[in-house]
Design a protein around this ligand. Structure first.
Ligand code: FAD
Ligand code: FES
Length: 259
């Protein structure tokens, strides 16, 4: 069920110096009480921006949703300028989110891709987070996970904190150690493609949160399609475009055709 809510901004704080990252808490009871992990809201970003902008729900708390976002252009700049008490128009919670699984699960995130993983991590009993950042100055929000009992391991591209390398190296180690029942991943597409391939190689299920530019947010305009593979009743394989806004953003990694 989608709701259109005029949410009240309760907080909109800069997360770290040196990066345009913000943490916004919005009171919007209908969306907050109906959202599932991995779903998104579509936000109207002022008069000069025709299309709403999609942002993943980081977590819900009572009547509120937390959105963590990076300023990229006009819409997210407008969001960053909102102050406590301002009203924002939200459509949500949209899309198909993460499916919770039992056993040991891994949250694999890169950059702003860490935020959509919080809710599903909180839902699962035994979650561990593996996060990659470009350098030490961009490491942020680990406490959101750790305060919920989720152990975090961090790797940086340049080795300025933790091991030097990419998050896929931490994942390979965990998969090699064994016992992993499910991987949830969100981040840059090339990283997710490698994660999907690694999981397939180890026979571990993987759910990916896809990001495509969006228009309507409700399945009507086809702006947000990604290429997927399907198998018909006779076992013949073919390609099919699916809409990230309603069929996703979360897909089984085996479905995605990475290109
Ligand atoms: C399902 C989904 C979930 C998302 N969740 C989050 C989130 O939790 N936090 C967050 O910070 N951002 C998230 N985004 C990205 C966010 O929607 C865009 O950054 C935002 O729409 C940019 O709007 P803008 O007006 O600020 O920038 P624009 O002026 O529209 O664009 C600025 C630049 O960003 C690029 N860009 C814009 N949108 C996208 C996109 N969807 N994918 C790749 N590049 C893009 C443009 O090509 C351009 O170079 C999500 C996107 C999707 C599709
Ligand atoms: S954004 Fe219009 S169909 Fe997905």
């Amino acid at each position: 069920m989608n709701y259109k809510d005029n949410g009240k901004v309760l907080q909109n704080r800069r997360i770290i110096d040196g990066a345009q990252l913000y943490d916004m808490l919005i009171e919007c009871p209908e969306i907050a009480h109906n959202a599932e992990p991995g779903q998104i809201v579509h936000i109207a970003c002022g008069e000069g921006t025709t299309l709403r902008r999609p942002i993943s729900i980081c977590e819900t708390a009572g009547d509120c949703v937390r959105l963590c976002y990076e300023v990229r252009g006009k819409g997210t700049k407008w969001m960053a300028e909102r102050r406590e008490g301002d009203t924002v128009s939200l459509l949500g919670a949209l899309g198909h989110g993460f499916t919770p699984r039992d056993g040991k699960v891994l949250l694999v995130g890169g950059g702003i891709g860490i935020y959509p993983l919080l809710s599903i991590g909180k839902t699962c009993q035994n979650a561990k987070a593996l996060f990659g950042f470009r350098n030490v100055s961009l490491i942020n929000s680990l406490e959101l996970f750790e305060n919920n009992g989720i152990e975090t391991s961090v790797i940086t591209d340049d080795g300025s904190s933790g091991r030097k390398g990419f998050v896929t190296e931490l994942l390979r180690d965990e998969l090699t150690a064994g016992g992993v029942s499910q991987v949830y991943v969100c981040g840059p597409k090339p990283m997710m493609a490698v994660v999907a391939k690694l999981c397939a190689g180890f026979g571990v299920d993987c759910q990916v949160s896809m990001e495509e530019r969006m228009g309507c947010g409700v399945g009507a305009c086809l702006a947000c399609v990604c290429k997927t593979m399907f198998r018909d009743n006779e076992g013949a394989e073919g390609e099919k475009y699916k809409r990230v806004c309603v069929d996703g953003p979360v897909f089984d990694a085996k479905e995605i055709i990475w290109e």
